[in-house]
Ligand binder design. Sequence first.
Ligand code: LLP
Length: 432
Amino acid sequence: MFISENLNVNEKGNLTVGGVDTTELAAQYGTPLYVMDEQAIRDACRRFKGSIDRYYGGQGMVCYASKAFSCMEMCRVIDSEGIGLDVVSAGELYTALKAGFDASKIGFHGNNKTDDELRYAVESGVGHIIVDNISELLRLERIAKEKNVRPHIMFRIKPGIDAHTHDFVKTGQIDSKFGFALETGEAYDAVKQAISCEFVELKGVHCHIGSQIFDIAPFEEAARVMLKFIAKIRTELDYEISELNLGGGFGIRYLGEHNPAPFETYMERVSAVVDETCAELGISRPFILIEPGRSIAGPAGLTLYTVGARKEIPDIRTYISVDGGMPDNPRYILYKSEYEAVVANKASEERSETVTIAGKCCESGDLIGENMPLQHAESGDIIAVLATGAYNYSMSSNYNRIPKPAVVFVNNGEARVAVKRETLDDIIRNDI
Ligand code: LLP
């Protein structure tokens, strides 16, 4: 009935998530409201972890990409599932450490880390620093020397793979700001240089080909390309790269017509490719890391809004305006990302209309979506937009000086606030 499997409709005809009536959440915590289903997050973590155990003999690690959705409570839930974390800034690292996350299970990413960030990562003892460029390598070497430590690093490599997804979220091709290019020999030269560094230890290579990818073939191809690179380093430089990080990017269902392959299928196929390729190349199987973000946080989340104005423009369209918009969901204006929506207090009714859901910002492009099938919505109704858990709260803004919504976690019929709603005083907090 809905794209997300974790949703239901109760006897009142209201949408429920995690055993909680969404209209009651809206009444208690106000709207707009981000709601995260803890069990859905946990189930996704377990499936990722379980599939590595099943298809790759447990010789791997899942690191949740916290850029998809980060707050201290999320870090605590992820930590309690025994998986690792990928962070890309001092802010994400700080959030994780303050939540008590084990630093040795954190990988620090970023294409332009500052010296302060590198120092913070080194001092915190993060498990890996994923180095993006030579300037960073040299700066990290200097910082590690000052502190007399030898951090483990990986190199971010552009494997030259064109994943079929939105241009803004493609990252594996040569024209990308992320990482070292393979084709030009840049990656190979960087490895040579890293091997000669006394204060960093090159453990692995990393690639991330893009995001919201449905096809498994580009992931298989990326694994092949990366293993060939590992073999070349072994033969020509007599150096063993023992870890291969294949990044994230697994697509999720936003609309009924989206059919992402189950992650188990991805892991089964990629593991087979790794086994075959390693045998062909005569190298030992690396330890594998993966970094799912969207696929852990996305389906677990939904956003609740209250309907304000209903505007019917004859023969053109009907606008249903809600009390949020691009500040809490910037993904339509950025990528034209589509979502499924439900009138939460009419969830058992037919979706009888096709509408545009508009936000409240002074910007025409501030829409949640166009051509959306929806139950007849009137002022005061509650709309739930589904599968919004990834890259919405984390990319939210205060445009029009609108305070950010609260985040509530639900589980087993209970709700708890994970992030408080911003107040008007928060809006002027740093103003002088
Ligand atoms: N690892 C690395 C190095 C990444 O750059 C990313 C995402 C991930 C893992 C996680 O990818 P995921 O599994 O979530 O696809 N703001 C965009 C998505 C940007 C993704 C950036 N990197 C959006 O809203 O669609």
